[in-house]
Design a protein around this ligand. Structure first.
Ligand code: ZN
Ligand code: MN
Length: 448
């Protein structure tokens, strides 16, 4: 029997606002001394009152627009109750039935280069938790808690289980990252933990339209490569279980990169009861259509739109357009360079090739500098062609013996002549080019 993976994704992205979600502590905590970015609110001390960071709400609304979600005019925060040491309040402020964005889609690419829409269930705003580190202090095994991350705004983007391969999972996650970066709402850096992805993986008979009656959640994945590997591993593991006529356990599994396998973290957690209820310390939100329209006007051209425009306007191949629109700074650099290059005899293709193949530092180079150096190196290439003819002619004149050897059919003489020419040239030229030139000149001479 052939199985088909059914995958949905939960993605958490930390928002790069100046301050945290419900207090004025700096949200820029990465690499900072533990517990230095804290206050009674983000430490969850009794009686501390949260105040919502409006900037982070706008970030989620913009992200929702970029993900084709319907505008939500009313929304609120809810308490998600659970106990864990990294959550001192005993609840996380999150959103339940009225998220800031819902019912959208993200278009991705399949391995056959087809386009496919992945439905977005919702994008809601919540606060991040503290960070636990398991360590040994004075020979004792301890768990350390750093609350710098506690209260940092997080957007959680939940998709429908519409992905059917590890390739699609990777493409979806990468496109989300790209959108977050285009919107400048997060650096969405997986290694730093500012973007975290959790695939829900199960298998069904190929061709079936029914959702499987179980799913396995994968956690602790901090790169796109590992995400693909973890999903692939799960496909293999679950196939074996299903082939035995059993059903894989409902569980949460982590990814062990050293062993290249997933491992069980937590068992059956079917009926979560988070006892969600409206957060009483924060008033609900009502947005005016005008406010939504203003935000919409601030959404920049998105990766997919830029890609389409680049292939049309600049006649780029999909491959080139893909690379040039991956990073908005590179895309902008490309367009500025093209603008300046008009009238300098440089083609759009030449500029695209240079940006793709040469390591151009777009943050420290000016488009005008690149145009100048491209024009110069083209001029140089032209001179060396004329120079080449002149140098070859000179070498032929100086070595009549080798020339007559070659004319009598001694092929190796050409290698000697090539070597002599290369020695005289000041600019590096490929030996094959020199050999060609010698053959051409000799051929034209013998004809004349
Ligand atoms: Zn705080
Ligand atoms: Mn969450």
């Amino acid at each position: 029997m052939t199985y088909e993976p059914v995958v949905g994704l939960e993605v958490h992205i930390e928002l790069s606002t100046k301050s945290k979600m419900f207090c004025s502590c700096s949200a820029d905590y990465f690499g900072k001394e533990p517990n230095t970015h804290t206050c009674p609110i983000c430490l969850g001390l009794p009686g501390a009152l949260p105040k919502a960071n409006i900037e982070s709400i706008k970030f989620v609304q913009k992200l929702g627009m970029a993900l084709n979600c319907k505008a939500q005019l009313s929304s609120k925060f809810d308490r998600k109750n659970y106990f864990y040491p990294d959550l001192p309040k005993g609840f996380q402020i999150s959103q339940y039935d009225l998220p800031f964005a819902k019912s959208g889609y993200l278009e991705i690419e399949t391995e056959n280069a087809n386009r496919k829409k992945i439905r977005i269930t919702r994008a809601h705003l919540e606060e991040d938790t503290g960070k636990l580190t398991h360590a040994a202090v004075d020979g004792r095994r301890v768990t350390l808690i750093d609350f710098n991350r506690s209260g940092v705004p997080l957007v959680e983007i939940v998709s429908e289980p519409d992905m059917n391969s590890s390739f699609e999972v990777k493409d979806y996650a990468q496109k989300l990252q790209q959108i977050a970066r285009y919107l400048e709402i997060s650096d969405a850096d997986m290694e730093k933990g500012s973007m975290r992805i959790e695939p829900n993986v199960s298998l069904r008979q190929k061709g079936s339209k029914v959702l499987p009656n179980y799913k396995v959640e994968l956690k602790n994945i901090n790169s796109f490569k590992f995400a693909r590997a973890a999903v692939e591993y799960e496909i293999g593991r679950q196939t074996k279980i299903l082939e035995k006529g059993k059903i894989p356990d409902l569980e949460t599994r982590g990814w062990n990169e050293a062993k290249k396998e997933t491992y069980s973290q937590r068992g059956k957690e079917l009926a979560h009861d988070y006892r969600y209820f409206p957060e009483p310390d924060l008033a609900p939100f009502i947005f005016k259509a005008q406010e939504i329209a203003t935000l919409k006007s601030q959404v920049p051209e998105l990766p997919g739109q830029k890609f389409a425009r680049f292939t049309q306007t600049y006649q780029l191949t999909p491959y080139d357009a893909q690379i040039l629109t991956r990073d908005v700074n590179v895309a902008q650099f490309f367009e500025e360079t093209v603008k300046i290059a008009t009238g300098h005899g440089l083609s759009t293709k030449e500029i695209a090739n240079t940006l793709i193949n040469k390591n151009v530092q777009v943050n420290s180079t000016l488009p005008a500098q690149l145009v100048k150096s491209l024009v110069q190196s083209k001029a140089k290439a032209k001179i060396s062609n004329e120079e080449l003819t002149a140098t070859v002619s000179l070498v032929l004149k100086e070595n009549p013996g080798a020339v007559s050897d070659f004319n009598r059919g001694k092929e190796t003489a050409i290698m000697f002549l090539t070597g002599q020419t290369l020695r005289k040239l000041k600019v590096p030229v490929h030996p094959r080019e020199v050999t060609e030139k010698i053959k051409n000149i000799l051929a034209s001479k013998s004809q004349g």
